[in-house]
Each structure stands twice: as structure tokens, then as C-alpha cells.
Design a protein around this ligand. Structure first.
Ligand code: MG
Length: 314
């Protein structure tokens, strides 16, 4: 049994004092202490949240519920704890009960290859269907699975996608646009385009996987003449919202195809990411085609560029 209650400041202090001698050695993050008394584990958080775990958790929790009543004349409903848990579950499933438009991007952490941003519309009627494809855990899908399910999704789900090649990326960088500004511009672009198609999608919310504070996002797109304003920003959106998950899968799919195409074109396997293997590939490409080739296929402002330069300057 787990019971969570929220205690007042004065009760917090009393709890710290009361459990002083039964404290555990380790304190969990954001907790004031964790203690073990009889069979109950008690954790008190800085926020005043007190968690009681064990078969007799209710007995221990009741000591403090009574104390709240006596000292502060405050009534704590022990069922609140259950409600809280349900609320959290509901929150996780919140966007999964509605029709949404969502966007997500890939390629921003990869030295080679473009940035791909996609917005998709998922009607609530289609949510079960796409979940059967494994969309809900999009982060965990490997490339092989992405290559398999993305084409199915692209047939059934309305979407708009945009690919920013590296020549354009490097141009943006040279005029002082940072990565977040570029992302914001691209998200706005695909969202605007999807919400202004001939067909009107009956979406209830527009969700963006948050990469920057909303205020900053709108600053970044302040020069755009066409803007989508009514956006819900949330982190880890691809696990909360079906349209973001679908957008992320389609973006990854297009990115993979592009990397594959580039590799074939130049006859060198192009790796993802920005690690040492990437430097190695960069070296090979520079030796074969010259340094200027990187402007076409890589994000020049990444640290990799310097390393490749150094390695080939002999
Ligand atoms: Mg994202």
C-alpha cells in the first residue's frame, strides 16, 4: 500500500524531528529524508509531499493526518492519494483521448544529413489502429521497424513534412540563426501548412514536443508572416500524443532514406550522430571530394568540422 499526502510546513518540521533516529542513509532526490519505521517506509519531499509505503502505511499516514487536524485544523482526505495517482494516469493519456495535430523533428543532433520536421493529424478514431503498429513507443523503435511502419502511416495519416538540407542550414547559421530558431521556423512552417490545407481537420489541440520555452518559440518565429499560435507545448510529447509520435516516425523515416541516398551517392557510408565514427567518415569524404563537400552534406557549425579539418591538414 502506498499513501501520499501533502503536509503543511509546521508538520513537515515535526516529521523531520520525529523520524530523526530511523532515517535511512540514502535520501532520494528532492526529499528531505527517507525513514523506515516498523514495516513502513516514509519519504518526505521538499514540496511537503509525504509518501508512506508498506502494509500499515495507512496507520503511519493517519498520525500526521490527525496532527494536521489538531494543529492546523486541516482535513486531509486519505483517498486524495488515489485520486492523485489517477490524475497522473489521466494526464499521460490525456492527449490520447483526443484528435490532435502534432509535430516533431529529427537530424538536429546529426552532423551529416538534413533536418526533417513533420506535422501530422491523428483523428481519435485512428489512435487504436496506429497504436497496434507500435507508435506509442516511437522512441524505442529501431530503424528497421521505422522503415516498416512509416510507409503504412504515411498512407493513412495526413501529414506535412519539410526537409532542410545542409546547404540551407549552413546559410541560416551564417546569418546568426541558432538551432532553436531554425527548429521553431520549421515547426511553424509544417504546422501552418497542415492547418491550412483544403481539408479542415477537426483537431482539438496542436501539440509540439517542447524544445524551448513557448515565449522564446514565438520570439524565434516573430518574422514569419504566417503563424500558428494556438499551440500546447509539452516535453516527451512523442510518448503522450499520437500525432507527435507519428510525426517523429515519419521524420525519422525520411531522414534514414536521405542518409542512405547520400551514402550511395558519394560511395562512403554516412553514419548518424556526431561522434568519432562521424569524424572518420568526414575525413574520408574530405580526402575524396575536398573540404567544400562538407558544406553540402554536414552541419558545419558542429565541433566535428574542426576535428576533420585538423585530421586532413597534413
Ligand atoms: Mg522532439
Amino acid at each position: 500500500m502506498t499513501i501520499v499526502i501533502k503536509v503543511s510546513e509546521n508538520i513537515k518540521q515535526k516529521m523531520v524531528e520525529y523520524y530523526k533516529n530511523v532515517r535511512r542513509e540514502k535520501t532520494p532526490p528532492y526529499a528531505l529524508f527517507q525513514a523506515m519505521e516498523a514495516d513502513t517506509i516514509i519519504t518526505l519531499y521538499e514540496s511537503g509531499k509525504a509518501m508512506f509505503q508498506g502494509i500499515s502505511a495507512d496507520i503511519d499516514a493517519n498520525i500526521w493526518i490527525d496532527m494536521e487536524k489538531k494543529i492546523n485544523n486541516r482535513t486531509i482526505d486519505i483517498n486524495e492519494s488515489k485520486k492523485e495517482k489517477e490524475k497522473y494516469k489521466e494526464e499521460l493519456n490525456y492527449y490520447y483521448s483526443m484528435s490532435t495535430i502534432g509535430s516533431d523533428e529529427v537530424g538536429t543532433g546529426d552532423y551529416f544529413g538534413p533536418i526533417v520536421v513533420t506535422a501530422s493529424y491523428v483523428d481519435k478514431k485512428n489512435i487504436d489502429l496506429i497504436n497496434e503498429l507500435g507508435v506509442k513507443d516511437s522512441k524505442k523503435l529501431n530503424d528497421e521497424k521505422i522503415l516498416k511502419i512509416a510507409p503504412i502511416l504515411m498512407k493513412q495519416i495526413p501529414y506535412v513534412t519539410f526537409t532542410l538540407n545542409n546547404q540551407e542550414y549552413n546559410k541560416y547559421q551564417s546569418i546568426g540563426y541558432n538551432m532553436n530558431k531554425i527548429k521553431a521556423i520549421l515547426h511553424n512552417k509544417v504546422l501552418y501548412s497542415l492547418t491550412h490545407k483544403e481539408e479542415n481537420y477537426p483537431y482539438q489541440k496542436i501539440v509540439v514536443d517542447q524544445f524551448v520555452y513557448p515565449k522564446k518559440y514565438f520570439e524565434h518565429i516573430s518574422e514569419a508572416t504566417e503563424k500558428v499560435k494556438d499551440i500546447t507545448f509539452t516535453t516527451k510529447a512523442e510518448s503522450k500524443c499520437a500525432s507527435v509520435a507519428v510525426a517523429s516516425i515519419i521524420s525519422r523515416y525520411i531522414f534514414l532514406l536521405k542518409i542512405d541516398e547520400m551514402s550511395k551517392e558519394i560511395g562512403i557510408d554516412i553514419p548518424k550522430g556526431a561522434n568519432d565514427i562521424v569524424d572518420e567518415a568526414g575525413k574520408k569524404i574530405t580526402e575524396k571530394y575536398g573540404f567544400n563537400k562538407l558544406n553540402e552534406i554536414a552541419k558545419l557549425n558542429f565541433k566535428n568540422t574542426e576535428k576533420i579539418k585538423l585530421a586532413t591538414k597534413k
